[in-house]
Ligand binder design. Sequence first.
Ligand code: XIL
Length: 331
Amino acid sequence: MERLPKLHEAYGNSFKIGAAVNPITMVTQKELLSHHFNSVTAENEMKFERLHPSEEVYTFEQADQIVSFAKSNGMSVRGHTLVWHNQTPEWVFQDSSGGTAGRELLLARMKSHIDEVVGRYRGDIYAWDVVNEAIADSGSNLLRSSPWLASIGEDFIAKAFEYAHEADPQALLFYNDYNESVPEKREKIYTLLKSLKEQDVPIHGVGLQAHWNLEFPALDDIRRAIERYASLGMMLHITELDVSVFAHEDKRTDLAAPTEEMLQRQAERYGQLFRLLKEYSGSVTSVTFWGAADDYTWLDHFPVRGRKNWPFVFDENHLPKESYWNLLKEA
Ligand code: XIL
């Protein structure tokens, strides 16, 4: 592997190449990560429930390990994530009598969490996913229902960005979401971003999670999403890229290995995707995979529990797939 061209060097003139890591993969994928990637994101270790399990307790050990792993390998760190409806402990949304926390209490908690976390990593984490997945997938509401929205109101998003900016004025601040290339949701995300900009909220970019598969989304939809967001002068990061070998409607659970056809289509798809992303490298400044190699992916448990998936450009033995060679061709 040492002799393989480094992905992050191949794309050095275009964008950073990142991977989501966790305490296990930092060990089992150490060689691969340090060779090919120059950015990391904590897969779970910087989420609210991990960093702040109860009001008086912060647990930074694993997050710190990720930051020092990055430092010792010369990698940048993206912070993920401060305000989300998932993986946030119950106590955050409760008042002292077990009822629902009101606006002022929840804002105060949001602020102290952000101060503590963003402040701790000032200078080490250059970009934060400040708010994650706040938009409703469908229907007429712009925002999804969540305890943040219910207790604080729509300005919970602006507040989160303001607090993050106060805690680290240098950090790049992102709104991050999935189904980011689906026209209906794209327009809602655009509407949110535009209104934040008009209110002078300190937001610098949009994170496109990019949980994609061999056919979804169509390349044209990805292109339109990129152009739409970039038209606001936003920086774009691809934050959680994976290319599932299963289409949405494919619920097969019996595959022990990817078929040749899947691997071939995946390689073509990766080539097309990176060719497209490179066209927009003036706006797209980072491309992070939600993992690094096929021995570990969250897709093994989502959306079909226990079904193996093979979404990356390195295989289960960390060897390059056809997809890797196509990325080099496009670089
Ligand atoms: C996922 C992790 O990969 C899993 O390990 C965890 O069980 C659930 O969260 N969108 C996001 C990420 O923003 O934080 C999610 O990560 C994947 C979907």
